[in-house]
Design a protein around this ligand. Structure first.
Ligand SMILES: [Ca+2]
Ligand SMILES: [Ca+2]
Length: 486
């Protein structure tokens, strides 16, 4: 069924996906190859289509049916429909998903040769059992070129928490090369605000100076073919930015970047959604939100492999309304994160902290109030102590529930619930009720479910590359393997 209407309209380019390939991020199905009935015909008159043509509908009763659509694990998927409507008015019809019908409307695109992509959230069942049909019911719809169904975890977008209101940009800009600068580069794409940045290429972009992200920007790495996009060599900054969405990207500053900078940082930034990203190889921290940054979500990410001089995960300093949920923190010496802010810290998995500890408290002169729910702290071979949390004071004020701790490094996940006595030994102030209620709530899993999801490779930039795959392997050793840094 259709859960919401048109989320965004965007041109799609460079869709090089191969249906059925395990590493593909999406399966694209051509309308001209679908089952056409009721007077719907395959045409190739108007240029710009993908494949060999498109479906042209009669005024009423025409259908285009995509059978055996793979919903993988099932659930809500953002399905892209590429179409053209050369008239000046929207054309309405029906979208029928597994027999359940709802209305759908195709806005004018300006010309029959102007093809755009509309995303709709559709609930699909497991595996290749789904039927998606478009039908004309009194108007002859638009011409339908293709539909694209996401098939990897990174393509399922479920924004939650305080950053869920970020809408980013809408003017589509295609990154067409992996250059640091110049026409068609990512830096070129980020030279103006209001853009939705999509990728016609995949690979590594090596930057030699700070890459700045302006306000009202979407960077959608889910559009990159193949193995996705890695930004490395220097820091990427959202400082001064507002309303930013970043999905399915890798940011890895590495040793060529400034020692005081991070792979991804905002000092300050607000109204930010970071979804399914791998944020690693940062020098000061891998990630930072400082200077009163607010209304931010970091979800389904890997934050790890911090490098010299600090080997730290993330600094949150004077942050407000920050949701950090469903992330894997791995191979950082400390600061997973430093929790100096009013935060939701939910369903995080912290593995193999180093010499100082896992999560660092704010130990601030001001009180900070966080919901601290169903996280799992797992000691690893480089953990020099049992400090799953450190540097806490009474100004670290937590509503804590459902958190687990596994300190025995025995190769299996067999932790125990963190006790009131263990919180008290940190010196934190325990609060008796939840402190946070963002407009879009965070789904709270059990701590063990959070580990299962991380171990299944569902966090970080999809598809996982060799570095992230190695880190997941360390996690799944549950205490016996791992390292600090890259
Ligand atoms: Ca087509
Ligand atoms: Ca264990």
């Amino acid at each position: 069924m259709l859960r919401s209407g048109c989320l965004r309209t965007a041109l799609f380019g460079g869709m090089l996906f191969t249906a059925g390939a395990s590493a593909s991020l999406a399966a694209t199905l051509q309308a001209e190859s679908a089952v056409l009935a009721g007077g719907t015909v395959a045409e190739s008159t108007n240029a710009g289509y993908h494949g060999t043509g498109y479906a042209n509908f009669p005024t009423t009763g025409g259908t285009t049916t995509f059978n055996n659509v793979n919903g993988e694990g099932g659930g809500v998927k953002s399905v892209a429909i590429r179409y053209a409507n050369g008239t000046t008015t929207a054309r309405a019809g029906s979208l029928v998903v597994n027999g359940s019908s709802t209305g759908i409307s195709f806005a004018p695109t300006g010309a029959w040769t102007t093809w755009v992509t509309m995303n709709v959230n559709i609930t699909l069942n497991n595996n290749s059992t789904n039927t998606i049909q478009l039908a004309s019911t009194g108007q002859d719809l638009g011409n339908i070129d293709e539909i694209t169904v996401p098939t990897a975890p990174g393509n399922v977008y479920t924004p939650q928490g305080y950053g869920a209101g970020a809408t980013g940009g809408s003017t589509v800009f295609h990154v067409t090369n992996l250059n640091d600068t110049g026409t068609g580069s990512l830096r070129d794409a980020l030279s103006a605000s209001g853009r939705r940045v999509v990728f016609d290429v995949s690979g590594t972009i090596t930057i030699a100076s700070t890459l700045a992200i302006p306000s009202n920007t979407t960077i959608d790495g889910t559009t990159a073919p193949g193995s996705g996009i890695t930004v490395t060599g220097y820091n990427t900054s959202m400082s001064g930015g507002s309303n930013i969405v970043i999905r399915n990207m890798r940011f890895r500053e590495d040793a060529t970047g400034p020692s005081g900078k991070c792979s991804l940082q905002g000092a300050p930034c607000d109204t930010v959604m970071i979804d399914h990203c791998s944020i690693e190889w940062g020098r000061w921290d891998c990630m930072e939100f400082t200077s009163s940054s607010h209304d931010i979500t970091v979800q389904y990410c890997i934050i790890g492999q911090g490098i010299a001089p600090q080997y730290f995960g993330c600094l949150i300093d004077a942050g407000d309304r920050i949701s950090i949920h469903h992330n894997l923190w791995i191979a950082n010496d400390n600061r997973n994160p430093k929790l100096k802010g009013n935060c939701q810290y939910i369903n995080n998995v912290v593995y193999n902290w180093g010499s100082a500890g896992g999560l660092q408290g704010g130990h601030s002169s001001a009180p900070w109030k966080s919901d601290f729910l169903s996280n799992y702290f797992i000691k690893g071979p480089n953990s020099g102590n049992d400090n799953w949390a450190n540097d806490c004071t009474s100004n670290d004020q937590w509503y804590a529930s459902g958190n687990y701790l596994d300190l025995d490094k025995n190769g299996s996940l067999n932790g125990t619930a963190i006790t009131t006595a263990q919180y008290n030994s940190l010196g934190v102030t325990l609060l008796s009720s939840s402190q946070h209620s963002p407009a879009v709530p965070v789904t709270v899993d059990s701590a063990s479910t959070a580990v299962s999801k991380a171990a299944a490779g569902n966090y970080g930039c999809q598809p996982l590359d060799a570095y992230d795959t190695a880190e997941i392997g360390y996690l799944k050793s549950y205490g016996t393997t791992g390292k600090i840094g890259k």
